[in-house]
Design a protein around this ligand. Structure first.
Ligand SMILES: [Zn+2]
Length: 290
Protein backbone atom coordinates (compact mmCIF):
# COMPACT_ATOMS: atom_id res chain seq x y z
CA UNK A 1 0.00 0.00 0.00
CA UNK A 2 1.15 3.55 -0.58
CA UNK A 3 0.83 5.27 2.74
CA UNK A 4 2.69 8.51 3.26
CA UNK A 5 3.75 9.44 6.79
CA UNK A 6 4.57 12.92 8.10
CA UNK A 7 7.75 11.68 9.85
CA UNK A 8 10.08 8.68 9.92
CA UNK A 9 8.74 7.26 13.19
CA UNK A 10 7.38 3.74 13.06
CA UNK A 11 3.91 4.34 14.53
CA UNK A 12 1.90 1.82 12.47
CA UNK A 13 2.58 -1.49 10.76
CA UNK A 14 0.93 -2.40 7.45
CA UNK A 15 -0.82 -5.76 7.16
CA UNK A 16 -1.62 -6.78 3.60
CA UNK A 17 -3.04 -10.29 4.10
CA UNK A 18 -6.82 -10.72 4.00
CA UNK A 19 -8.52 -7.35 4.41
CA UNK A 20 -5.55 -4.97 4.67
CA UNK A 21 -5.15 -2.74 7.72
CA UNK A 22 -2.72 -0.76 9.84
CA UNK A 23 -1.97 -1.66 13.44
CA UNK A 24 -0.39 0.42 16.17
CA UNK A 25 3.17 -0.69 16.99
CA UNK A 26 2.68 0.38 20.60
CA UNK A 27 -0.50 -1.67 21.10
CA UNK A 28 1.07 -4.58 19.20
CA UNK A 29 4.00 -4.54 21.62
CA UNK A 30 1.52 -4.74 24.53
CA UNK A 31 -0.11 -7.76 22.87
CA UNK A 32 -3.42 -5.95 22.34
CA UNK A 33 -5.06 -6.77 18.97
CA UNK A 34 -5.97 -3.58 17.12
CA UNK A 35 -6.52 -2.23 13.64
CA UNK A 36 -7.33 0.72 11.44
CA UNK A 37 -8.81 -0.41 8.12
CA UNK A 38 -8.14 1.07 4.68
CA UNK A 39 -10.44 1.46 1.63
CA UNK A 40 -9.40 -1.95 0.38
CA UNK A 41 -11.09 -5.35 0.59
CA UNK A 42 -7.89 -7.00 -0.56
CA UNK A 43 -4.43 -6.00 -1.70
CA UNK A 44 -2.30 -7.58 -4.41
CA UNK A 45 1.32 -6.87 -3.54
CA UNK A 46 2.63 -8.09 -6.92
CA UNK A 47 0.35 -5.80 -8.91
CA UNK A 48 0.69 -3.04 -6.33
CA UNK A 49 -3.04 -2.47 -6.30
CA UNK A 50 -6.04 -3.35 -4.23
CA UNK A 51 -9.74 -3.97 -4.63
CA UNK A 52 -11.51 -0.91 -3.23
CA UNK A 53 -14.89 -0.77 -1.57
CA UNK A 54 -14.56 -1.91 2.04
CA UNK A 55 -17.84 -1.03 3.76
CA UNK A 56 -18.16 -1.31 7.51
CA UNK A 57 -20.56 1.42 8.59
CA UNK A 58 -23.98 2.63 7.51
CA UNK A 59 -23.79 5.81 5.50
CA UNK A 60 -26.55 8.33 4.92
CA UNK A 61 -28.84 7.12 2.17
CA UNK A 62 -27.96 3.45 2.66
CA UNK A 63 -30.83 0.99 2.42
CA UNK A 64 -30.35 -0.78 5.75
CA UNK A 65 -31.72 -4.16 4.68
CA UNK A 66 -29.38 -4.16 1.68
CA UNK A 67 -26.32 -2.68 3.35
CA UNK A 68 -26.42 -4.38 6.75
CA UNK A 69 -25.50 -7.93 5.66
CA UNK A 70 -22.55 -6.64 3.60
CA UNK A 71 -21.35 -4.36 6.39
CA UNK A 72 -21.67 -7.07 9.00
CA UNK A 73 -19.73 -9.53 6.93
CA UNK A 74 -16.83 -7.14 6.43
CA UNK A 75 -16.82 -6.14 10.09
CA UNK A 76 -16.83 -9.78 11.09
CA UNK A 77 -13.97 -10.58 8.72
CA UNK A 78 -11.93 -7.70 10.16
CA UNK A 79 -12.74 -8.84 13.70
CA UNK A 80 -11.72 -12.40 12.86
CA UNK A 81 -8.35 -11.16 11.64
CA UNK A 82 -7.85 -10.01 15.25
CA UNK A 83 -8.98 -13.41 16.54
CA UNK A 84 -12.38 -12.02 17.54
CA UNK A 85 -15.82 -11.73 15.92
CA UNK A 86 -18.74 -9.31 15.90
CA UNK A 87 -20.40 -11.53 18.53
CA UNK A 88 -18.04 -9.77 20.99
CA UNK A 89 -18.39 -6.31 19.50
CA UNK A 90 -19.62 -3.15 21.16
CA UNK A 91 -20.29 -0.23 18.84
CA UNK A 92 -22.05 3.10 19.34
CA UNK A 93 -23.84 5.46 16.99
CA UNK A 94 -21.24 8.29 17.17
CA UNK A 95 -22.92 11.68 17.04
CA UNK A 96 -19.98 13.95 17.78
CA UNK A 97 -20.63 13.98 21.51
CA UNK A 98 -18.18 13.51 24.40
CA UNK A 99 -20.21 10.73 26.02
CA UNK A 100 -18.52 7.43 26.84
CA UNK A 101 -20.25 4.15 27.60
CA UNK A 102 -18.99 1.38 29.91
CA UNK A 103 -19.70 -1.86 28.04
CA UNK A 104 -21.46 -4.67 29.89
CA UNK A 105 -21.93 -8.27 28.79
CA UNK A 106 -25.38 -7.54 27.32
CA UNK A 107 -23.87 -4.85 25.05
CA UNK A 108 -21.80 -7.27 23.04
CA UNK A 109 -22.86 -8.65 19.68
CA UNK A 110 -25.80 -6.36 18.93
CA UNK A 111 -26.05 -6.19 15.14
CA UNK A 112 -27.57 -3.92 12.57
CA UNK A 113 -30.24 -3.42 11.45
CA UNK A 114 -31.43 -3.73 15.01
CA UNK A 115 -31.48 -0.32 16.57
CA UNK A 116 -28.83 0.31 19.17
CA UNK A 117 -30.26 0.43 22.70
CA UNK A 118 -30.89 3.92 24.04
CA UNK A 119 -27.88 3.97 26.32
CA UNK A 120 -25.62 3.50 23.28
CA UNK A 121 -27.12 6.26 21.21
CA UNK A 122 -25.50 9.68 21.22
CA UNK A 123 -22.30 8.12 22.50
CA UNK A 124 -18.83 8.43 20.94
CA UNK A 125 -16.65 6.20 23.08
CA UNK A 126 -16.66 2.85 24.84
CA UNK A 127 -14.47 1.44 27.61
CA UNK A 128 -14.42 -2.11 28.92
CA UNK A 129 -12.65 -4.54 31.21
CA UNK A 130 -14.63 -7.52 29.86
CA UNK A 131 -12.13 -10.11 28.62
CA UNK A 132 -12.18 -10.46 24.81
CA UNK A 133 -14.64 -7.61 24.24
CA UNK A 134 -14.16 -5.95 20.85
CA UNK A 135 -14.65 -2.19 20.53
CA UNK A 136 -15.27 -0.58 17.14
CA UNK A 137 -15.29 3.09 16.09
CA UNK A 138 -15.47 4.93 12.78
CA UNK A 139 -14.02 8.05 11.33
CA UNK A 140 -13.71 9.78 8.01
CA UNK A 141 -10.86 12.10 9.18
CA UNK A 142 -11.74 12.16 12.90
CA UNK A 143 -8.96 10.20 14.61
CA UNK A 144 -9.82 7.30 16.89
CA UNK A 145 -8.03 7.33 20.24
CA UNK A 146 -7.19 3.86 21.53
CA UNK A 147 -6.65 3.38 25.28
CA UNK A 148 -5.11 0.40 27.01
CA UNK A 149 -4.29 -0.42 30.63
CA UNK A 150 -2.14 -3.55 30.98
CA UNK A 151 -2.42 -3.49 34.80
CA UNK A 152 -6.22 -3.49 35.05
CA UNK A 153 -6.55 -5.25 31.69
CA UNK A 154 -8.98 -2.75 30.27
CA UNK A 155 -9.26 -0.92 26.95
CA UNK A 156 -11.13 2.02 25.48
CA UNK A 157 -11.82 3.49 22.06
CA UNK A 158 -13.15 6.95 21.32
CA UNK A 159 -14.10 8.88 18.19
CA UNK A 160 -12.23 12.16 18.63
CA UNK A 161 -13.54 14.49 15.95
CA UNK A 162 -13.49 18.24 16.38
CA UNK A 163 -16.38 18.29 18.84
CA UNK A 164 -15.21 15.24 20.81
CA UNK A 165 -11.73 16.75 20.96
CA UNK A 166 -13.18 20.06 22.21
CA UNK A 167 -15.10 18.10 24.87
CA UNK A 168 -11.91 16.18 25.80
CA UNK A 169 -13.48 12.81 25.11
CA UNK A 170 -10.21 10.90 25.79
CA UNK A 171 -10.27 12.36 29.33
CA UNK A 172 -13.93 11.37 29.74
CA UNK A 173 -13.05 7.79 28.75
CA UNK A 174 -10.06 7.70 31.12
CA UNK A 175 -12.21 9.05 33.96
CA UNK A 176 -14.69 6.24 33.38
CA UNK A 177 -11.85 3.70 33.39
CA UNK A 178 -10.56 5.10 36.69
CA UNK A 179 -13.99 5.03 38.34
CA UNK A 180 -15.21 1.70 36.96
CA UNK A 181 -12.06 -0.39 36.69
CA UNK A 182 -9.67 1.24 39.17
CA UNK A 183 -7.24 2.27 36.40
CA UNK A 184 -4.33 4.60 37.08
CA UNK A 185 -3.51 6.89 34.12
CA UNK A 186 0.19 6.41 34.93
CA UNK A 187 -0.17 2.77 33.80
CA UNK A 188 -2.16 3.58 30.69
CA UNK A 189 -1.12 3.71 27.05
CA UNK A 190 -2.82 5.77 24.37
CA UNK A 191 -2.64 5.84 20.58
CA UNK A 192 -4.00 8.70 18.50
CA UNK A 193 -4.93 6.89 15.31
CA UNK A 194 -4.99 7.93 11.65
CA UNK A 195 -6.95 11.12 11.07
CA UNK A 196 -6.71 14.44 9.32
CA UNK A 197 -3.41 16.36 9.69
CA UNK A 198 -3.12 20.04 10.51
CA UNK A 199 -2.22 21.04 6.93
CA UNK A 200 -5.45 19.44 5.69
CA UNK A 201 -7.67 20.80 8.47
CA UNK A 202 -8.69 24.39 7.78
CA UNK A 203 -11.06 26.00 10.26
CA UNK A 204 -13.15 29.13 10.54
CA UNK A 205 -12.25 31.73 13.19
CA UNK A 206 -15.34 30.76 15.17
CA UNK A 207 -13.82 27.35 15.90
CA UNK A 208 -10.69 29.00 17.29
CA UNK A 209 -12.97 31.16 19.47
CA UNK A 210 -14.82 28.08 20.63
CA UNK A 211 -11.61 26.35 21.74
CA UNK A 212 -10.23 29.57 23.26
CA UNK A 213 -13.47 29.89 25.24
CA UNK A 214 -13.37 26.32 26.57
CA UNK A 215 -9.65 25.63 26.81
CA UNK A 216 -8.25 29.13 27.27
CA UNK A 217 -6.39 31.20 24.72
CA UNK A 218 -2.96 29.82 25.61
CA UNK A 219 -4.03 26.24 24.93
CA UNK A 220 -5.88 27.28 21.77
CA UNK A 221 -2.73 28.98 20.47
CA UNK A 222 -0.84 25.71 20.83
CA UNK A 223 -3.25 23.78 18.58
CA UNK A 224 -4.26 26.45 16.05
CA UNK A 225 -2.07 28.26 13.57
CA UNK A 226 -2.85 30.93 10.98
CA UNK A 227 -1.73 29.67 7.60
CA UNK A 228 -0.59 31.90 4.69
CA UNK A 229 -4.15 31.66 3.34
CA UNK A 230 -5.19 33.74 6.36
CA UNK A 231 -7.28 30.85 7.66
CA UNK A 232 -6.80 28.93 10.88
CA UNK A 233 -5.74 25.29 10.87
CA UNK A 234 -6.36 22.95 13.81
CA UNK A 235 -4.00 20.24 15.01
CA UNK A 236 -6.39 17.55 16.30
CA UNK A 237 -3.49 15.25 17.16
CA UNK A 238 -1.74 17.75 19.41
CA UNK A 239 -5.09 18.71 20.97
CA UNK A 240 -5.79 15.10 21.95
CA UNK A 241 -2.19 14.58 23.06
CA UNK A 242 -2.53 17.59 25.38
CA UNK A 243 -5.73 16.13 26.82
CA UNK A 244 -4.05 12.76 27.42
CA UNK A 245 -1.07 14.41 29.14
CA UNK A 246 -3.44 16.46 31.30
CA UNK A 247 -5.12 13.28 32.55
CA UNK A 248 -1.74 11.87 33.61
CA UNK A 249 -0.92 9.42 30.82
CA UNK A 250 2.92 9.47 30.64
CA UNK A 251 4.34 11.17 27.55
CA UNK A 252 6.27 8.04 26.49
CA UNK A 253 3.02 6.01 26.68
CA UNK A 254 1.39 8.13 23.97
CA UNK A 255 1.82 7.32 20.27
CA UNK A 256 0.71 10.02 17.86
CA UNK A 257 -0.38 9.18 14.32
CA UNK A 258 1.83 10.29 11.46
CA UNK A 259 -0.71 9.07 8.90
CA UNK A 260 -3.22 11.61 7.54
CA UNK A 261 -6.46 10.30 6.07
CA UNK A 262 -6.79 13.24 3.66
CA UNK A 263 -3.14 13.08 2.49
CA UNK A 264 -3.70 9.33 1.90
CA UNK A 265 -7.18 9.52 0.39
CA UNK A 266 -6.31 6.89 -2.24
CA UNK A 267 -5.76 4.39 0.55
CA UNK A 268 -7.92 5.67 3.42
CA UNK A 269 -11.42 7.12 3.60
CA UNK A 270 -11.47 10.90 4.00
CA UNK A 271 -14.28 13.42 4.23
CA UNK A 272 -12.06 16.44 3.68
CA UNK A 273 -10.55 14.89 0.57
CA UNK A 274 -14.02 14.12 -0.79
CA UNK A 275 -13.43 10.38 -0.54
CA UNK A 276 -16.01 9.28 2.00
CA UNK A 277 -17.76 6.39 0.29
CA UNK A 278 -17.49 4.78 3.71
CA UNK A 279 -15.61 5.53 6.95
CA UNK A 280 -12.34 4.28 8.32
CA UNK A 281 -12.78 1.52 10.89
CA UNK A 282 -10.90 1.25 14.17
CA UNK A 283 -11.00 -1.85 16.37
CA UNK A 284 -9.38 -2.93 19.64
CA UNK A 285 -9.78 -6.20 21.55
CA UNK A 286 -9.40 -6.49 25.31
CA UNK A 287 -6.97 -9.37 25.08
CA UNK A 288 -3.45 -9.35 26.48
CA UNK A 289 -0.97 -11.78 25.02
CA UNK A 290 2.14 -10.81 26.96
ZN1 LIG B 1 -3.03 15.75 5.50
Amino acid sequence: MRISCSNDKKIFTEHKEGIPYLSSCMLDSLGVPNLFATRFISWDEKKGEGVEGLRTSLMEGDDISEAAPVIQEYRDRLARQLGSSIDFECVTDQRHTSFVHVASESDLGIRWPRRLPLHRQYVDGVVTDLPDALLTAYGGDCPPVYLADPVRKAVGLVHAGRKGTLGKIPAVAIARMIVNFGCDPADMYAVIGPGVCMDCYEMGDEIYDEFAGEWGRKAADRIFARYPSGRYHLDLREANRMTLLETGVPEDHIAVSNVCTACNADTLYSYRAGRLENEGTAMIVNRWEK
